[in-house]
Design a protein around this ligand. Sequence first.
Ligand code: FEO
Length: 164
Amino acid sequence: MLSQSLQKAINDQIKDELYSAYLYLSMSAYLETIHLSGSARWMRLQSQEEASHAMKFFDYVLEREGRVVLQAIEQPPQKFKSMLDVFQQALEHERKVTGIIHRLYDLAGKERDYATQVMLQWFITEQVEEEKNAGEVVDQIKMIGDQPAALFFLDKQLGAREAE
Ligand code: FEO
């Protein structure tokens, strides 16, 4: 059985992952409006990945005979300044999520819930990947600067991302 505090923290995490899905979907919609359909597709897939993260936590709570309590999801921002702004915000967001996952891991340690720590190891590794991916795109956009042809190429490349 999960402790009450861990159950509450994992339920919070389900909401946070769904918020991530919502945020990236909002970013995807914005990117579509500025005709960067490759980047929009990349963000849409990222959104789906976040929804699958939420489901991993959802299934874990049930597996441990806990209670899933779904919460209200905050409205994500809808106005962004540029593609660079979008990916910078995504990177910032992932860094924040990494901190939350680490705090969850600490809590599981405090509660001596080793199974939860093992489950969270997947997320700790995943966060390294998530920060790397968003960070790479930020660097590439900065490198491109004011060259529309290069931006067009990067957008195409991002659009080739494979669904997981
Ligand atoms: Fe669910 Fe982007 O971490």
